[in-house]
Design a protein around this ligand. Structure first.
Ligand code: SF4
Length: 443
C-alpha cells in the first residue's frame, strides 16, 4: 500500500544531510510520496527501510505489456478506484475476435476492416488495439489462422484456445509478437505454465470465482509467471461488473497482491447494439481489455469515444494550443470567430465552420482548457483576455476588416470588448450547431 509522506519520513535517517539533493529528509519524503524521486537518492537507508519503501512503491495493479513495438498495449498500473481521485493511467485495450473457422479470404477481409478502425477526435488519434484469434477447429487450423493474422495486422494479438497443445503451437509461432495467451479452460495448470514459461508471453488466468483466481495467480507467481490478466469467465453483466469492481477494490484497498493484475472481459452477444453497450459497461468499470466480435466502425468509434472520455485527466481538460487557426482557404475577408482553447469547444466550432465550407479564422483564447461559460465565470474569457489574444495573434494582419464574432453565451461582454478592441463585436449563436446558418446569413 502507498505510504504517506509522514510514514516515509519515519523510515528515513532524519539527519538532513542533503545528499539526496533536498534540504531536509522531510522534503525528500514528500517527493517520494508523490513518486517524483527514487529511493536510490538517499544512500543512508537501512535495509529494513529499503524493503518497506520498495514494497510501497510497487504499483498495486501490475503493468502488463501485450505485443511489441509501436502498437504494443500496456494495461494495469492503476492506483485509484475513481477517476476524480487521479487520472486512470492505461486505457482499456479494445480488441476484436476472429474465429478460425472462417475462410482465409474472410479473415483477411475482417482484418482489413479492423486495421482501418482509426479515428481522430478533439485533436487526438483513437486506435483499436487487439485482434483475438479464437479456436473453433483443429490445432493446425488455429496455427494457420494465427499466422494469417500475424501477416495481416500490426495490432497486438490474443490467442484464445480450448486446447493447450494448439495454444502452445500458436504461441511458439507468434512468440516474437508477444501475444496474450488466453486458455479457454484452466484445468491443466502444468501445461499452461510450461507454455507461458517457454514463450514468456502474458497469460490470462480464468476462474469463475475470485477466490480461485487468487489461488491460481499465487501458484503461477511461485512458478515465476507474473505477467497475468484476470478473467472471471462468462456471466450476466451485473455479475461481471461486480467481479471487475471487487478485483479492483481488493487490489487497491486491501492490497491483495494475488489480485493485483489487470482484467479482461469478453462480450458474447449476437445483437451488435447490446454487444456495444455491454462492452461500454466493462470499459467504464474496470476492464483492462474488452474483446467483442462486431467490428463495424460505429461500434469501434462509440467505444473509443467513451474510452477517451474516461481516460483523460479530469484535472487537466483537453486543450489545444491557443492561436489563430485558418479554416479552409481563409483570406483577409474571412469571418473571424473567437472561442476558448478547450479542445471540445474548439473542435465543435471548427467542425461546424468546415461543414458550411465558408473559409474563416478561429481565434482560440488561452482559458486553461475551460469551456466558454466556465471560462467566462472564472474571468478567463473576458474582453481583456480576448483583446490580449487578438494582439498576440496579430489578427489585424490576418483580416482586413474589424469584425469579431463572439459566442452567444457571452453576449454580455460585447460592449466591453468593443470598447477595448475598437472592433465591431457581433454576437454569434449560442450553440455551435447554429454557426453554418449564421455565417451564411452574415455573408
Ligand atoms: S540523503 Fe537521506 S538522510 Fe540525507 S537528507 Fe536526504 S533523505 Fe535525509
Amino acid at each position: 500500500m502507498a505510504l504517506s509522506g509522514l510514514d516515509i519520513y519515519k523510515l528515513l535517517p532524519k539527519t538532513n544531510c542533503r545528499q539526496c539533493g533536498f534540504a531536509t529528509c522531510l522534503a525528500f519524503a514528500m517527493q517520494l510520496a508523490k513518486k517524483t524521486v527514487s529511493i536510490d537518492k538517499c544512500p543512508f537507508l537501512s535495509p529494513e527501510a529499503k524493503i518497506a519503501l520498495e514494497a510501497s512503491s510497487q504499483p498495486p495493479i501490475k503493468l502488463i505489456t501485450i505485443g511489441v513495438g509501436e502498437n504494443k498495449l500496456e494495461i494495469g498500473n492503476e492506483t485509484v478506484l475513481f477517476r476524480h481521485e487521479e487520472k486512470f493511467h492505461h486505457p482499456c485495450g479494445i480488441g476484436f475476435i476472429i474465429e478460425d473457422d472462417l475462410q482465409d479470404a474472410a479473415i483477411r477481409e475482417a482484418l482489413s476492416r479492423i486495421n482501418k478502425l482509426t479515428f481522430e477526435r478533439v485533436g487526438q488519434k483513437l486506435d483499436v488495439n487487439l485482434v483475438a484469434v479464437k479456436q473453433k477447429k483443429d490445432k493446425e487450423r488455429f496455427v494457420k489462422a494465427t499466422q494469417l493474422i500475424m501477416q495481416n495486422t500490426e495490432l497486438s494479438i490474443v490467442l484464445m484456445s480450448r486446447d493447450n497443445e494448439a495454444l502452445g503451437l500458436a504461441a511458439r509461432a507468434a512468440q516474437d509478437k508477444k501475444p496474450l495467451l488466453f486458455p479457454q479452460t484452466f484445468d491443466n495448470i502444468d501445461d499452461i505454465s510450461k507454455i507461458a514459461q517457454e514463450t514468456k508471453c502474458p497469460l490470462v488466468v480464468r476462474a469463475k470465482e475470485i477466490d480461485t483466481l487468487s489461488q491460481l495467480t499465487t501458484e503461477l507467481n511461485k512458478r515465476g509467471i507474473t505477467d497475468l490478466v484476470l478473467d472471471t469467465q462468462d456471466k450476466p453483466v451485473a455479475d461481471k461488473i461486480w467481479d471487475l469492481t471487487q478485483i479492483r477494490r481488493l487490489a487497491l484497498k486491501k492490497s491483495m497482491r494475488s489480485l493485483g493484475f489487470p482484467t479482461i472481459a469478453v462480450v458474447d452477444n449476437p445483437d451488435p447494439y447490446e454487444e456495444t453497450m455491454e462492452a461500454a459497461t466493462y470499459i467504464s468499470k474496470y476492464a483492462g481489455i474488452v474483446l467483442i466480435k462486431g467490428n463495424a466502425p460505429w461500434q469501434a468509434l462509440s467505444l473509443l469515444t467513451l474510452r477517451q472520455n474516461i481516460y483523460t485527466d479530469p484535472q487537466k481538460p483537453l486543450q489545444i494550443e491557443p492561436k489563430l487557426y485558418p479554416i479552409g482557404q481563409a483570406s483577409e475577408k474571412s469571418p473571424l470567430l473567437v472561442t476558448t482553447n478547450f479542445s471540445l469547444s474548439y473542435y465543435t466550432v471548427m467542425g461546424e465552420v468546415e461543414a458550411c465550407k465558408i473559409p474563416s479564422y478561429i481565434l482560440s483564447v488561452d482559458t486553461e482548457g475551460m469551456s466558454v461559460l466556465t471560462a467566462w465565470a472564472a474571468e478567463k474569457f473576458n474582453a481583456e483576455k480576448i483583446k490580449a489574444a487578438m494582439d498576440k495573434c496579430a489578427v489585424s494582419e490576418a483580416v482586413s476588416h474589424k469584425r469579431i464574432i463572439i459566442p452567444g453565451y457571452v453576449a454580455v461582454m460585447s460592449g466591453d470588448l468593443q470598447d477595448q478592441s475598437g472592433w465591431e463585436v457581433i454576437v454569434g449563436p449560442k450553440e455551435a450547431a447554429g454557426i453554418p446558418s449564421f455565417l451564411k446569413n452574415l455573408q
